[in-house]
Each structure stands twice: as C-alpha cells, then as structure tokens.
Design a protein around this ligand. Structure first.
Ligand SMILES: *Cc1c(COP(=O)(O)O)cnc(C)c1O
Length: 425
C-alpha cells in the first residue's frame, strides 16, 4: 500500500507526539480503521483495544447510532458560535446531564477538553467566593497521586512527584496537597488542614474513587463521603473531577453516586461523546450558579472557548447517552469487573508485581522493580493487543461492549507479558 507509506514517512517528520522523547521514540503504529473493540493497522494487523483510546470509547469504535446522529447533525448545523446563539443538541444535552447527575447539579458550561473543564471549575470556585466578598478564598486543595490536566492551572493540581511541577516550578500557582484521608488519623489530619486554611480555600478537587493518570489509585466510598462532609463543614467547595470516572467506568453512572455525594461542581469529558469528538462539561449546583447572578457585569463567569458546545460533539454525546439507556452498559461493567478480578488477581503471585486493583471496568497491576515501558508496550502490540502501561501500572480499561472472549485475550496478554518480565527480573 504505497499511499500509506507516503503519508507516514512524509508526514511523520512534521509531527510532535505527546509525552514522547522524539529522539528515541519508536515509530508509532499507523492506524487505518477502527471497529468495535478493534484497531486496524496499515500492515493489516488488528489489535484488541484494552484502554478505549485514553478511556473514551466506552461503546467501542464506530457505533452506528453515534455515527448516524453526527451525520444528521453535520448536514444541518455542524457548528455555530455559542454566545447569543444556542441550538438543540447543546440544550438537550445540558437538560439530560442535569437529569442524570445527582442532586441539583443542573447548570452546564461546555468546553472542548478535560483540562479546560477543570480550569472552568477553578474559575467558578474562585469567582463564587469573590462574588460573595471573599476574594481571599482562592487556593485549591488537591490530593497526592492526583491528575487534573496538562494546562498551567491544572498542572499545579497534579501529584508533585509524578506530575510536571519540577519542570515548571515558579510558573504555576502554589496549591495545597493533601493525603487522601483513608483512615481515622488521616481524617483528623485532613480536617485540621481544612480548618487551618479554610479562610483562604476556594475548593478541594478530587477524582472520586479512582485516581487515573496518577497510577490508578483507588479509595473507598467512605473516604470520598468524608472528604465531601469535611468540605461542607468548613465551607470549602468540592469539585469532583469525573473526567475519567464518569459515564459508568467505576460501576455507577458517576463515581460520586456510590458515596451519595453531590459535589458543588463536577467535570466531565472523556466518555461524554463515546470517544468520537472532543467535548467537556463543567456542571455547577444551583447555589454555585446563583452566586454569579448580579447587576454587576464583572460578576459573570468570564470564560468562552471558540468551539464551546460544538453541535457535532453535542449530537454525539446525546447519542452516547441514548446508548446508556438502550443498552445494558452498567451490567456490562459489572461483568467486566468480575472477569478482571478473576483473571488479573493471579498476577499478584508474580515477581515484580506490587499490587492488583480492580474497580468497575478498570483493572490495574502495579509493578515494582525496574520497568522498561517501551519493551512492555512493544510486547503487547506483538501479542495483538493495545495496552499501554505508564508509570508503574499496566492497566486495562476496555470498551464496555467487549466480549468475554476478547477480554480474556487481554488479561491473558497481561499475565503473559508480566510472567516473561518476572523471569528476567
Ligand atoms: C484526562 C483527564 C483530564 C484532562 O483531560 P484532557 O481532555 O486530556 O485535557 C483531567 N482530569 C482527569 C481525571 C483526567 O482523566
């Protein structure tokens, strides 16, 4: 296929890849098509996708219902600016998200990426206090192992050791890191932290139940409930970053539901459009929104991305929500959880494995000892699966529609690659 060699060899010298040392990087795999759980490569091979394209493709690839909705939308209204003008796909989506989300999370601000959704949540939280005459309440508490995005304000809320704090020291706002209060003494410490700093704090931000890019760290619903309760007691807003956990990934539609927590602000993105188009949403509770209502124009929320509420992306998100209604997604997640538990747990016996953790459709094997990520990644591709370990974890986050047989192929590949590694340690 000469035309593929042309686009790859001629185009690659002009591409800058994410998180990649370009001097030593292996040539990326050339993809020509996707379907269901499969990624088809230019050389004819097919990989089973174990990680849903950065955790987005919850219905698998190319779902006909989403495609039809986007095609219909493209024919009538692909995009129009969202200031002074509104359209049906965005308004329907906002209404449906408000109905799905717990409590009075009911005001939706659309953006195009998760990082920007978090930035908007930060603006909402800081301006919420400013509008009430408390401009000094502007610092944010985040947790060890957190990941909230790659932009400057969100980098400052990522784990200081695993994140990019050191690289950009001095250029980011200085925020407060806390430990997740997973036991009694940590709960007292967290409570004391909030009490000490409450007068300067706008919000606490948390990835509920599972911290994703910080290494698939998991905590229980009681810990989350305690964080929420402490925030309420000390008058600090709670921002739930459900960009990774939202839309069924942890077994509930939203992770907060498992702890009966209604955060003041919630951020959604990744699976919002079923992995088809970029879209994010920051959703505020009624009292947060009402703090912006005033005769003073400068009390309004000062944000507005050019492509906000893109109609194609909103149509895709509406179609994705249809699928959560018409297909048994949460039951599929429960079945995936049971299978991941059964088939990944044996990895605990292997040398060089520190822990195995499963929550919903997330299975993570944490490694110890020297980790050669490039080698692991290469081996997985050789075995016909798309699994991309990072940091210390090999993880699976498959599309919810995956068959038990394909999932067994993924878990077998994990066991095999880690068994090979154990022999060489
Ligand atoms: C991916 C992610 C983000 C950032 O989203 P982008 O769309 O990559 O900017 C923020 N928070 C969490 C929890 C994420 O998983």
């Amino acid at each position: 296929m000469p035309e593929i060699r042309d686009w790859l060899t001629e185009g690659l010298p002009h591409i800058w890849l994410p998180y990649t040392q370009m001097a030593t990087a292996a040539t990326p795999l050339a993809v020509v098509a996707t379907q269901g759980t499969r990624i088809r490569l230019a050389d004819g091979r097919e990989l089973i996708d174990g990680i849903s394209s950065w955790w987005t493709a919850c219905h698998g690839y190319n779902h006909p219902h989403i495609r039809a909705a986007v095609e219909r939308q493209f024919a009538t209204l692909p995009h129009v600016m969202f200031a002074g003008l509104v359209h049906e796909p965005a308004l329907r989506l906002a209404q449906r998200l408000a109905a799905l989300l717990p409590g009075d999370l009911e005001r939706v601000f659309f953006t195009e990426s998760g990082s920007v959704a978090v930035e908007v949540a930060l603006k909402m939280a800081i301006q919420y206090w400013r509008n009430q005459g408390r401009p000094e309440k502007k610092r944010i508490v985040y947790f060890r192992h957190a990941y909230h995005g790659d932009t400057f304000a969100t980098m400052a809320l990522c784990d200081p050791e695993e994140g990019m704090h050191a690289l950009f020291a001095g250029t980011m706002p200085d925020q407060l890191m806390a430990e997740l209060p997973t036991d009694e003494s940590m709960r007292r410490a967290f409570d004391l932290l909030l009490e000490t700093h409450a007068d300067r704090l706008a919000a606490v931000i948390i990835e509920p139940l599972v911290q994703g890019a910080g290494g698939m760290q998991m905590h229980d619903a009681q810990t989350l409930a305690f964080v929420a309760e402490a925030c309420a007691r000390h008058k600090v807003l709670l921002i739930a970053d459900e960009i990774m956990t939202g839309f069924g990934r942890t077994g509930h539609m939203f992770a907060c539901e498992e702890a009966n927590v209604v955060p003041d602000i919630i951020c959604l993105s990744k699976a919002l459009t079923g992995g088809t188009l970029p879209l994010a949403a920051t959703v505020a509770r009624r009292h947060v929104f009402e703090a912006f209502l005033s005769n003073d124009p400068s009390a309004a929320l000062m944000h507005g991305p050019t492509y906000m509420a893109n109609a194609l992306a909103c149509a895709a998100a509406n179609a994705s929500l249809d699928l959560f209604e018409s297909e048994p997604r949460l039951a599929q997640v429960a079945a995936i959880e049971a299978q991941l538990q059964a088939e990944l747990t044996p990895c605990t016996e292997l040398a060089g494995v520190a822990d195995v953790r499963v929550k919903g459709a997330i299975g993570a094997v944490e490694l110890s000892g020297r980790i050669d990520l490039d080698r692991l990644r290469r081996r997985f591709a050789e075995l016909g699966v798309w699994v991309r370990p990072f940091g210390k974890v090999v993880y699976l986050m498959p599309p919810f529609i995956i068959t038990a047989e394909d999932l067994a192929t993924l878990t077998a590949a994990v066991r095999r690659v880690l068994t090979e590694r154990a022999r060489q340690l």
